[in-house]
Write a protein that binds this ligand. Sequence first.
Ligand code: FMN
Length: 147
Amino acid sequence: LNTLILHGTESGNAEMAADDLADFLSDTEWAATVTSMSDVDVSDLARTDRVVIITSTYGDGGLPDTAVPFQESLTAQNPDLSAVTFCAFGLGDSTYETYNNAVSVLAGDLIRRGATQIGSTGLHDANSGSDPSRSVVTWAEALFASE
Ligand SMILES: Cc1cc2nc3c(=O)[nH]c(=O)nc-3n(C[C@H](O)[C@H](O)[C@H](O)COP(=O)(O)O)c2cc1C
């Protein structure tokens, strides 16, 4: 089984969290590759068993720059993702009304095309002052313990 961690970011926090999650998973059966959402070929996604999406939120609840082409390709190619299972983790800031909106939007885009989400969406709140890398690993530990 192959696992792909896809990050969408503007200032690098989601990418850092993705790399740290990959380190955490490296000794497990979920050993993963990390790719930017702007570099993934959506037709390859349909052939990936397990995907982890990690994205921040920008603007008024919008996607970060590197996630925009990913969403555009999903819309354009409308792939059948029924063979794909995924987990989702968002980075946001609870001082915004649109707290962590982007990860729900992208998870919805995958689910609408048949993908199955495992576990609940993890959320990091920049306003909490906690470290995104630590949050993502804590989330993953809880998720795998319940699997
Ligand atoms: C200009 C700007 C707009 C933002 N807009 C939102 C928002 O609408 N909702 C939210 O939850 N977080 C928002 N954030 C917070 C970011 O998502 C958060 O800082 C995140 O850790 C950034 O991750 P990144 O470095 O991967 O892009 C915003 C941050 C900035 C700088």
